[in-house]
Ligand binder design. Sequence first.
Ligand SMILES: [Ca+2]
Length: 164
Amino acid sequence: MRSDILPFDQALRDHYVEFRADILSQIQERINNGETGTFSFQLTTPWQLFDFENVSGRHIERGEEIFSDHKPLENWYYAMGSFSYTYGAEVTVTPTSGGQWQVTINSQVHVFDRYNWDSQKSTGLAGATVQDIELGRLHQVGLAKEYEIWGRGSIATETFTFSP
Ligand SMILES: [Ca+2]
């Protein structure tokens, strides 16, 4: 998914920078509060929204032939539209010599989407505009089904030395 949706990959990189800064300030706070031995904690970020139509440097409008150069991106767009993601991490901090600490962050990306039909929106599909409310009616009569998508990435490990 990250390799198909490069703007999402970039959003994750940017989000991880913020997440890592939050982790470091939590570590700093715990050490300030008197931690002297190894400690661990878990942290998750609030859910973030990834919206194809809000990707910087790229103007995307429904119904436009904008994915002709990148089929996998188009597939994700039609399967999920906008979706939510979050980072979760397990952090372990161990004192080393000279007042420094070794930090290990095991982090993982989670993705969530509820594929439902929104009567305010329409999508250009095969040259025709299909109103979402029509698709919603299909759902109501049992021809199409709303569903949820949950996904998670592999665990990434980062280890480094932290000087309070
Ligand atoms: Ca969606």
